[in-house]
Each structure stands twice: as C-alpha cells, then as structure tokens.
Design a protein around this ligand. Structure first.
Ligand code: NAP
Ligand code: GDD
Length: 328
C-alpha cells in the first residue's frame, strides 16, 4: 500500500453507488475500505460488475450496531467516510419504519459520534436525498433552500440524518456534508426500483420469459441521472475547503410512463400498452408526485454537470438487461 495514499471508508459498498464510488476513489489513488454487514452469503456482484472487488478491503460493521462503527472508525481513522448505507427502498419503509429509522437515522448519529470521539479530522459525507423534499417545492423545482416535506418513513429518517450532519458541523466544527441527490440509476440498480424493474421486465418480455410488467403510478415524475456521474459530485464535495450541502440532479424530469415507452422502444417492442398493467400493490400510501432539481449551486461551486442524458441512461440499462438475458 502506498503510505501516502488517502484512505476512505465507504459504507453500503455492495449496493449501487458503493461500487461506482469505490472505482472512482481507487482510480484517484485512494485505499478504499468497504463496510459490509454480516451475511451468511454476501453478494459481490455489483463490485464484480465494475471490476473492483479485489481492490477493496472489507471491514465488517452494521449501521445498527454502534460498537462496530466505533471500532471501524477508531481502527482505520480514514481521511474520508462516505456513508451510503441505508434501507434505501422507499416502498418498503412503511412496512419497516423502525428498521428504516434505525439504519437511516440513528445509524448516522452513531457514525458521526464515532468520528467526533475517535477521528475528528475525518471528513464525512452523508447520502441525503431528494425524497426529503417530498411535497416541498419552489416554483416546480427543488434546491438547497426548498422546505422539506417528506412523505415516507424513509424520507423522514433521512431528514433526521441530514440535520444531524449539519448539526455536527455547526456544533463541533467537523467536516460533514450532505449530498442531496436526486434519483440516479445504472445497470446495477436494485431490481425493486422502478427503472431497473422496467428494464429487467422489458428484457424478460423480449426473450419470452415474461408476458406482463406490473407497475404502480405511471404518472410519477423523477429527475433521473446516471450513478456513475453522481459519485463524482460526492467526491468533489469532500475536496472543498469548507463543508457544505449540495443538491445534485440533472434539472429535468420525466414520468415513469416516458421511461416505460423509451425502454420498450429501445428493446424493439412496439405497443408497450399491451404488456404493462397497473397493480395497486405497487402504489404508495403517500406518493411523491414530482421531483425536479435546480442544480445551480453544484454547477457553480463544484463545476459538476451530468454527462449521461435521460435517453442514454434508459438505453444503457435496457442494453445491459438484454445482454444478461441473451446469455441466460
Ligand atoms: P442501495 O443499492 O440500496 O445500497 C444500500 C447499501 O446499504 C447496501 O449495500 C446495503 O447492504 C447497505 N445497508 C443496508 N442496511 C445496512 C445496515 N444496517 N448496515 C450496513 N449496511 C447496510 O442504495 P444506493 O442506490 O446505492 O444508494 C446509496 C445511498 O444513497 C443510500 O443511502 C440511499 O438512501 C441514498 N440515495 C440514493 C439515491 C438513488 O437514487 N440511488 C438518491 C438519493 C440518495 P446489503 O448489500 O448488505 O443489503
Ligand atoms: N419501485 C417502484 N415499483 N416504483 C414504482 C412502480 C413500481 O412498480 N410503479 C411506479 N413507481 C413509481 C413510485 O411510486 C415512485 O413515484 C417512482 O416510481 C420512483 O420509485 P423508485 O424507483 O422506487 O424510487 P424512489 O423515487 O421512490 O426512491 C429512489 O430515489 C430516492 C431519491 O429521490 C431511491 O433510490 C431512494 O433511496 C432515493 O432516496
């Protein structure tokens, strides 16, 4: 190991963003430690997909187990901690509100305390979310000044974590920042999320493995970008002289229906209406109807802009799922 290499601890390393961030940090010369929770059979597929599994050092820890976080931070004393771990599926958060709160809210407090007591020079990134805005908007968009009105236990837990992150900065002068990221997707997006559910479903239909795709609210609108672009914004936030909070998004939004239409189109299937059925099981007790960022600050201060357009993103995901089934 290069002794001068910077060190980063990434929680949530096995999810979607963890592997993209690990790849970026490794390319920048970092030594990356990835925190994984105890599993009888952990799944390294996403890290494998990006070819970085062997380049990450794994440490065991769980966001609900304070002592594991203390031990990890005390032992590693990393330069940077990126807290990506979460129960991140909004749809499940009503059914598992307590777990969601323990992981997404209290877990963040534990991690911040571990840094405060055992490694106060460590910089901290919190994976905050546009889901905190919920119904809040300013003339149809959301930015750093928009009021939070979360609509799910997930969003509420994330609001707590957001403010704790701000409070540790204000109270103890720690370097802590929030990236308020709008939806970002990729070929390794979890299968429950609507984009990947659609591209996986389309590929199954294409290869005759499925006849229908059941979805919930087709009118919901999201500001969708590519995860590979968004981890660059996380990194840039942590290289600032002063910690701050940033909204990260594309500045445009599209409906679930538009995503569906394009995905079927790219798979070469006409008449998408023939295959898509709406199922109330996939509707939410309280919906966030529309999210759209105003990413002026991130453009100006971090000089960050997304590279992958909405159309390119849909095509990338459709192509990846078609390829998976081609060899299945
Ligand atoms: P993801 O794919 O669901 O990954 C979340 C990771 O957290 C998984 O690796 C999971 O571990 C881990 N985790 C869950 N519970 C844990 C616990 N108790 N202890 C330790 N690790 C735990 O999520 P993502 O899309 O990469 O998102 C990364 C972060 O950004 C999340 O905090 C999410 O809430 C936030 N965010 C995401 C988006 C987006 O559009 N993707 C937008 C805004 C904010 P397992 O692999 O073991 O399940
Ligand atoms: N998952 C899912 N499944 N969503 C559906 C479906 C379906 O069958 N049908 C319609 N939708 C609608 C949801 O109601 C929601 O309005 C929208 O599609 C997007 O849902 P998800 O892809 O599950 O993402 P999300 O916006 O709820 O949450 C994601 O983005 C947040 C940032 O805004 C997650 O990644 C969160 O972790 C993240 O914070």
């Amino acid at each position: 190991m290069n002794r001068m290499a910077k060190t980063a601890l990434v929680t949530g390393i096995l999810g979607q963003d963890g592997p993209y961030l690990a790849k970026l940090l490794i390319e920048k010369g970092y030594k990356v430690f990835g925190m994984i929770r105890r599993y009888s059979n952990p799944n390294y597929d996403n890290l494998d997909y990006l070819g970085v599994t062997k380049k990450v050092d794994f440490v065991e820890g769980d966001m609900t187990d304070e002592s594991s976080l203390i031990n990890t931070v005390r032992t590693l004393r990393p330069d940077e901690v990126y807290n990506l771990a979460a129960q991140s599926f909004v749809g499940d958060s009503w059914q598992m509100a307590k777990l969601t709160t323990e992981v997404n809210a209290l877990g963040v407090l534990y991690l911040l305390n571990a840094i405060k007591f055992f490694s106060p020079t460590t910089k901290f990134y919190q994976a905050s979310t546009s889901e905190m805005f919920g119904l809040g908007n300013t003339n149809g968009y959301q930015d750093e000044n928009t009021t939070f009105h979360p609509r799910s236990p997930y969003g509420i837990a994330k609001v707590y974590a957001y403010w704790m992150t701000v409070n540790f900065r204000e109270s103890y002068s720690l370097f802590t920042c929030n990236g308020i990221l709008f939806n970002h997707e990729s070929p390794i997006r979890g299968i429950q999320f609507v984009t990947r559910k659609i591209t996986d479903g389309v590929a199954r239909i294409k290869y005759g493995l499925s006849k229908k795709l059941s979805l919930g609210n087709l009118d919901a609108k999201r500001d969708w970008g590519f995860a590979g672009d968004y981890v660059e914004a996380m990194y840039r936030m942590m290289q600032q002289k002063k910690p701050d909070d940033f909204v990260v998004g594309t500045g445009e939004n599209h409906s679930v229906r538009e995503f569906v239409e394009l995905a079927f189109h790219y798979a070469g299937i006409s008449n998408w209406e023939k295959y898509v059925v709406t199922d109330p099981r996939f509707k939410r007790p309280a919906e966030v109807y529309e999210l759209k960022s105003r990413p002026t600050k991130v453009h100006k201060v971090l000089e960050w802009k997304p590279k992958v357009s909405f159309k390119k993103l849909v095509k990338m995901m459709v192509d990846a799922d078609l390829k998976r089934f081609e060899y299945a």
